[in-house]
Design a protein around this ligand. Structure first.
Ligand SMILES: C[S@@+](CC[C@H](N)C(=O)[O-])C[C@H]1O[C@@H](n2cnc3c(N)ncnc32)[C@H](O)[C@@H]1O
Ligand code: SF4
Length: 350
């Protein structure tokens, strides 16, 4: 039987960080981005209201929506987010919060997430090396890497104190400049006590100013594969990226045309919701731009049933647009393995 859909919900546009490579662009290039359908920006002018979000959630059933990844922008800097998370849990959804980690420095916020039994919290940190991380993940407040690490430690400490089941992990954006740091970063976050460490190759449009400096290409395939191998050989005792996802990453780094994805989960089991409420089959810009305007959908005023019930989901979802822009979705769709893994005991950690 087909399960409820997985939603990647970019709940809010604004963010307290200014990562130079962010999918949402930088504040400086906002004007240029707003004209393209599906383009994201950190300006929250058109973001849906809390009222609209809660109405939509009230229509969800586990049969039509099983799991929601709540991301952004930065979801944990909006006051409405806790109500959204509580409402999602009340509807029986599994909820994974994707955050830059800075807000987790607040004890009360960590307590609230644990009280809600959030299923997992994924925190972004690109390196064990503060200087590298803070160069690309810019923080005007000056906290940066140190604040994120403190946020991770605060959440882990509270989770362990109350033996809560929330999984805690780190996501690292991999570029040609931190490729060689993968194992050291994995070891660093394992020592912090996280449950999972996921590497995600940077996705940049070929006309992005940082494309040449950061993107991984076919010439980086071998080094990427060697780092993944070394990461597994390091026996860090934490969950690493799923092999099928790594295989897809390697495919995007292979020379020649990319394969057609037969019966892709995008539009069938996975959907992407933008901060303005637009609903797409997946977050790939190529896919969004090829969506005919007659197929544009929004969750504003719609019911989850009308958008994601089995009858409404795609059947012929072969896709010719596979690229680095969508490859991270393979890991999201393998999240069962993370949610069901046994946590290491205190003794195993010593
Ligand atoms: C857009 S952020 C939103 C959640 C939160 N603000 C954060 O940084 O974790 C979601 C994830 O996408 C990653 N990301 C942002 N821009 C990216 C890009 N161009 N390529 C690959 N990953 C990117 C972030 O590092 C983060 O792990
Ligand atoms: S913290 Fe997340 S949303 Fe904010 S700029 Fe960085 S990647 Fe983008």
């Amino acid at each position: 039987m087909q399960q409820g859909a997985t939603l990647l919900w970019a709940l809010r546009s604004p963010c307290n960080l200014g990562c130079l490579y962010c999918y949402f662009g930088t504040i400086e290039d906002t004007g240029r981005r707003e004209t393209t359908p599906g383009a994201l920006s950190h300006i929250g002018r058109d973001d849906i209201s809390l009222h609209d979000a809660l109405f939509f959630i009230s229509t969800m059933t586990p049969e039509c929506v099983r799991r929601v990844f709540v991301a952004g922008g930065e979801p944990l800097v909006w006051r409405g987010t806790m109500s959204v998370l509580a409402a999602l849990k009340a509807q029986g959804c599994e909820v994974i919060v994707c955050t830059n980690g800075l807000p987790l420095q607040k004890q009360e916020l960590c307590r609230s997430l644990l009280d809600l039994s959030i299923d997992a919290v994924s925190i972004s940190l690109d390196s064990y090396d503060a200087q590298y991380n803070d160069h690309w993940r810019r923080d005007k407040s000056g906290q940066g890497w140190k604040g994120v690490v403190q946020g991770i430690e605060t959440l882990i400490q509270q989770r362990n104190e109350r033996s809560a089941s929330t999984k805690i992990g780190v996501y690292s954006v991999i570029t040609r400049r931190n490729l060689a740091q993968m194992v050291a970063t994995g070891r660093f976050v394992a020592d912090l006590g996280v449950d999972y460490f996921i590497v995600q190759p940077i996705a940049l449009a070929s006309d992005h100013p940082l494309f040449g400096e950061l993107s991984l290409e076919a010439c980086h395939r071998e080094a990427f594969q060697a780092q993944i191998h070394a990461l597994h050989q390091a026996h860090l005792g934490i969950h690493l990226a799923h092999p099928s996802y790594i295989q897809q990453v390697l495919t995007t780094l292979s020379p020649g045309p990319l394969p057609v994805i037969k019966s892709c989960f995008g539009g069938r089991d996975l959907f992407f919701i933008e901060p303005n409420g637009s609903v797409w089959d997946c977050p790939s810009m190529d896919k969004i731009q090829q969506t005919p305007s007659t197929h544009y959908r929004t969750m504003k005023g719609a019911s989850a049933e009308a958008l994601f019930s089995r009858e409404r989901r795609g059947r012929n979802t072969d896709c010719t647009l596979f690229s680095q822009d969508c490859v991270n979705m393979w890991q999201l769709m393998q999240f069962d393995a993370i949610l069901t893994q046994e946590r290491r005991t205190h003794e195993q950690l010593l």
